[in-house]
Design a protein around this ligand. Structure first.
Ligand code: F6P
Length: 321
């Protein structure tokens, strides 16, 4: 068999570990392995390279993806998907493994509808993919944000300031909620309520004043980008409190860095499992983790079914903040 792999969409720490696991499992199953560069763009342009165990050495600890990736919006076009499917047939690729987020899973499903065998591997720092407890990269991003919150708390307390920190997630509040709880943020603005909703701004302002009365003269507020901008929240809080407010937008720092041990383990398990399923001829599914169990989910569900925020965590965050 010939198995191919590509990484697509926003990169995430652990993608290299997943490519390594796909490759080494396929070689162990006596298959040839290939990689397409820059996600679906490379597939459409047939930019392919043969992979082997040596080529995936020394990558498990590197962030990013050595195959590179792309947000190839052209791939939503049926004609472009057709070109990709024809390329895979011409290159005699028996199975394609797609490592990426929910948008990449939609592209993978489209290829299955054109007769291509595809297995998906969930990778996104947003952790917004239905069918897995964790997507590759989420844990590393959490650790990065928690470390940044700790650094910001040092200077916030030194200057007795309010810090509003914006984190990534596109539409998901998973980073804000989990890193906010783990990092001891005092308040989290999550998608579902506009960050500058007047009631929410009043609530945060009252919290700030209560903390000052208790002698806690600094406050850390985390804002999910899907709820709004930290700048807008800061402006509203300056107006209501008259206090010094500073803004930090963590941006793409959250996408970089050496993958955590958990992300390396997750990527190794999911990449190897996907490769084995490809070996078994399975298709139109995405691998995932539920608790400690490896799972498969129909691809179509991974980008159509909602991923619900963890309400239990949200309640806990309110109690512990
Ligand atoms: O999908 C992951 C993500 O980091 C989102 O959290 C963020 O909104 C988006 O990618 C940024 O996209 P880009 O890297 O194309 O600027």
């Amino acid at each position: 068999m010939k198995i191919a792999v590509l990484t697509s969409g926003g990169d995430s720490p652990g993608m290299n570990a997943a490519i390594r696991a796909v490759t080494r499992q396929a070689v162990s199953n006596n298959h040839a392995v290939f990689g397409f560069v820059e996600g679906y763009r490379g597939l459409v342009d047939s930019e392919i390279l043969e992979l082997n165990n040596r080529l995936v050495s020394e990558v498990i600890d590197r962030g990013g993806t050595f195959l590179r990736t792309s947000r190839y919006v052209e791939f939503t076009d049926y004609k472009v998907q057709r070109i990709a499917a024809d390329n895979l047939k011409r290159l005699d690729i028996d199975s394609l493994i797609v490592i990426g987020g929910e948008g990449s899973m939609a592209g993978a499903h489209a290829l299955c509808q054109l007769g291509i065998r595809v297995v998906g591997v969930p990778a996104s720092i947003d952790n917004d993919i239905y069918g897995t407890d964790y997507a590759i990269g989420f844990d590393t991003a959490l650790n990065t944000v928690v470390e940044m919150l700790s650094k910001l708390r040092d200077t916030a307390s030194a200057h007795e300031r309010i810090f509003v920190v914006e984190v990534m997630g596109r539409r998901s509040g998973a980073i804000a909620l989990n890193a906010g709880l783990a990092g001891g943020a005092d308040y989290m603005c999550l998608p579902g309520t506009p960050a500058v909703d007047p009631e929410q701004i009043d609530k945060i302002s009252a919290l700030i004043e209560r903390r000052y009365e208790l002698g806690k003269t600094h406050t850390l507020i985390i804002v999910a980008e899907g709820a709004g901008s930290a700048g807008e929240v800061a402006g509203a809080l300056r107006a209501t409190t008259g206090r010094e407010v500073r803004v930090t937008v963590l941006g793409h720092i959250q996408r970089g860095g050496s993958p955590s041990a958990l992300d390396r383990l997750l990527a190794s398990q999911l990449g190897s499992y996907a490769s084995d399923l490809a070996d078994d001829g399975k298709s139109d599914i995405m691998v995932g983790l539920s608790g400690r169990n490896l799972t498969v989910t129909p691809l179509e569900e991974t980008f159509t079914k909602p991923v619900n925020a963890d309400s239990g965590l949200y309640q806990l965050a309110k109690v512990l903040a």
